[in-house]
Design a protein around this ligand. Structure first.
Ligand SMILES: N[C@@H](CCC(=O)N[C@@H](CS)C(=O)NCC(=O)O)C(=O)O
Length: 208
């Protein structure tokens, strides 16, 4: 499998899932502004939607849409526990979280990153996110992860979005359970590995 990614973008979620599941994969970095891969390919030919992530499968077929890609990866490694089996109620709970994250959180962040977005629009986007965070914070009360003690693909996705609060100047201290969730996920060794590989945090020095 090959993951097309841009550092720190939503493609970090499948990147984390690839590492958490112990999957074999290659990475190809995409310059999302110029729509070129690091090896010089026109990215529009890889994904006509012009977005990361894309997961290229062993047979050359390409899968898009982060919430689907993470389930595909985790379904290849059912013992990893990153998604409950298809058809179970627990699986629908994970899908419920993935859908909430993509439709209620992810897309509200987009305008905050665009320099051309008017300030009034940014204010409304932040207000909308704040309302969702108020609710989310209550859901995380007393829980390690979204569905309880087990880390799932939905946690990987939510974690990436919580990281976007810093560059968009959203103060997470207002939502202590979300802030604690972010720290908890950031401390997972495979999450650190993914972030180091994308150049988001420095590589740890090897102890002699
Ligand atoms: N619906 C897509 C959205 C992916 C998406 O928003 N990707 C962003 C990065 S987080 C992107 O590539 N944006 C560049 C663009 O739209 O030009 C998914 O869930 O995978």
């Amino acid at each position: 499998m090959k993951l097309y990614f841009a550092p720190g973008a939503c493609s970090l979620s499948p990147h984390i899932v690839l590492r958490e599941t112990g999957s074999k994969f290659d990475l190809e970095q995409v310059n999302n502004q110029e729509k070129k891969t690091k090896s010089g390919t026109d990215y529009w030919t890889i994904n006509p939607k012009g977005q990361v992530p894309v997961l290229e499968l062993g047979d050359g077929e390409r899968l898009t849409e982060g919430p689907v890609i993470v389930q595909y990866i985790a379904d290849q490694k059912p013992d990893s526990g990153l998604v409950p089996p298809a058809g179970t109620k627990e699986r629908y709970r994970v899908q419920e979280w993935l859908n909430f994250t993509t439709s209620e959180l992810h897309k509200s962040f987009g305008p905050l990153f665009r320099p051309t977005t008017p300030d009034a629009y940014k204010t409304i986007s932040k207000e909308n996110l704040g309302k969702r965070f108020d609710w989310l914070d209550k859901q995380l009360e007393g829980k390690e992860y979204l569905t309880g003690k087990q880390f799932t693909v939905a946690d990987a996705y939510l974690f990436v979005l919580t990281n976007w609060t810093k560059p968009t100047q959203i103060d997470l201290s207002k939502w202590p359970n979300i802030a604690a969730f972010q720290k908890r996920v950031a401390a997972r060794p495979k999450v650190k590995e993914a972030m180091q590989a994308e150049g988001l945090i420095p590589k740890e020095k090897q102890l002699a």
